[in-house]
Design a protein around this ligand. Structure first.
Ligand code: FAD
Length: 422
């Protein structure tokens, strides 16, 4: 029997926020749903920013708006209104102080669990969902450094990319690789500086990441690994030991941190973002977290994990919404991520953190290949290059936990789904 959570306030304005609201409605919740979104732009998709948007001709602006009829869903969407703080307490019978802008249209006092603040007012809630995503980490230094997180970031970068521009990209992770791909396609002179020994080392380890290094060279991108950066200065990068890399523009792509400062002092436990349980519940009753800002307990991988994956922002809200309405669902995904870089489709499913060995499928110096991480007899994770079928089949094997035959898995002539142990 669904429970009435009272007014649901969602902090954040991206995919995870919108999906939470959609899922509440899909499950029949008819009460008030308020989304407080820092950005002035209606919720949009981020993956196209480093792909279609950067690749687009100068006069085009690809539409990245997420398709959802906010009015038809009856969502109270406040754009350009960042949440700055939260007071959270279970106060049966009322007790949230003062008359507030939000109260005028809010839940009954009996349902109040707290309030959140913005520059425009306070909003009482019966249920709070943190969906505030993540923000790029920046490097020290006073020189101009750009980042790629928002639609505006992407449009600004797109406007700069022109033949001959000396572009320094700090970080050879997913975003750095996609950015380098687009910049090279526009004729920029691209240098990618990476502190680790290989591209994608932080995401998939240096052994696998190293197999992508030649893609940079083939595309005319100067990749410099094992190269730390001290700071960004006017006209380039300051390198350790007095080194200098001149650049017309610098883009920092060294990772993100979850956007949870607004929860400081609220009593909600923060541990690599909002620390949620396996049902996306935060440590305080009535508070949930989804998307890039949430770490959650993964039953499948027996640890707390946080993903910056579109697929997680899409699906975790299903579980959060179900539980907000009194359910007891578990979010236990085989996480999935994709990247389009240097003309290739790279896909990753699973989690290799607990794997004990790596097996190659196909020739990693060739066109199509896969890296398969094994944990005992089971497939823990798979990364595929231009092999979507292998990815789909591998993801199913990870989900089912079926024991695999390593020799069969390594043989590209054998479909991944048939690489099971006898
Ligand atoms: P976000 O999309 O970050 O949305 C959070 C929103 O909350 C933001 O609009 C933010 O402004 C707002 N906010 C922050 N603080 C507050 C506050 N205090 N109050 C109110 N609002 C606030 N994933 C893939 O799987 N494949 C890809 O190819 C891929 N490509 C990507 C390319 C780029 C350029 C980027 C940036 C990300 C990419 N991702 C990709 C990751 C994917 O887009 C994210 O995992 C996803 O957007 C997370 O959604 P989210 O709603 O949790 O967070």
């Amino acid at each position: 029997m669904p429970v009435n959570p009272g007014r649901v306030v969602v902090a954040g304005g991206g995919l995870a926020a919108l999906r939470t609201a959609e899922e509440l409605r899909a499950r029949g919740y008819q009460g008030q749903v308020t989304i407080l979104a820092a950005e002035p732009r209606p919720p949009y998709d981020r993956p196209p920013l480093s792909k279609q948007v950067l690749m687009a001709p100068p006069d085009a602006e690809p539409d990245t708006t997420l398709k959802a009829d906010v009015d038809a869903l009856g969502i109270d969407l406040h754009l350009g209104e960042a949440v700055t703080g939260a007071e959270i307490a279970v106060q049966p019978g009322g007790g949230a102080a003062g008359k507030t802008a939000g109260e005028a249209a809010g839940s009954s006092p009996a349902e109040l669990r707290g309030t959140v603040r913005t520059a425009r007012g306070t909003y009482p809630f019966g249920c709070l969902v943190a969906a505030t995503g993540a923000v790029p980490v920046r490097l020290p230094g006073t020189g101009r450094q750009r980042v790629l997180r928002t639609h505006d970031d992407a449009m600004a970068l797109r406007g700069l990319l022109r033949p001959g521009l000396r572009l320094a990209v700090v970080g050879a992770g997913w975003i750095g690789a996609e950015l380098a791909t687009a910049a090279a396609a526009h004729g920029c002179r691209v240098t990618v500086v990476e502190a680790a020994a290989a591209p994608l080392a932080a995401a998939v380890g240096a052994e696998v990441g190293n197999r992508t290094a030649r893609w940079y060279a083939e595309t005319g991108v100067d990749l410099r690994t094992c190269q730390a950066v001290e700071s960004v200065a006017d006209g380039g990068l300051v390198l350790p030991g007095g080194g200098w890399l001149a650049a017309d523009e610098v883009v920092t792509a060294v990772g993100v941190r979850p956007c949870v400062d607004w929860l400081a002092g609220s009593g909600v436990r923060l541990e690599d973002g909002v620390a949620a349980d396996e049902g996306m519940r935060a440590s305080v009753p009535g508070v949930y977290a989804v998307g890039d800002c949430a770490s959650f307990v993964s039953r499948r991988f027996s640890r707390r994990l946080r993903f910056e994956h579109w697929d997680v922002a899409l699906h975790a809200p299903e579980v959060a919404a179900a539980n907000i309405l009194g359910g007891d669902e578990v979010y236990d995904p085989v996480p999935y991520f994709w990247s389009e870089q240097f003309g290739r489709m790279v896909q990753y499913a699973g989690y290799h953190g607990a794997a004990d060995r790596l097996t190659w499928r196909g020739d990693p110096d060739g066109g199509r290949w896969a890296a398969c991480w094994l944990s005992g007899e089971r497939l823990a994770a798979i990364l595929t290059v231009d092999s979507p079928r292998d990815l789909v089949q591998g993801r199913r094997l990870i989900a089912s936990g079926t024991p695999v035959d390593e020799g069969l898995l390594a043989d590209p002539a054998v479909p991944v789904r048939n690489a099971t142990a006898a």
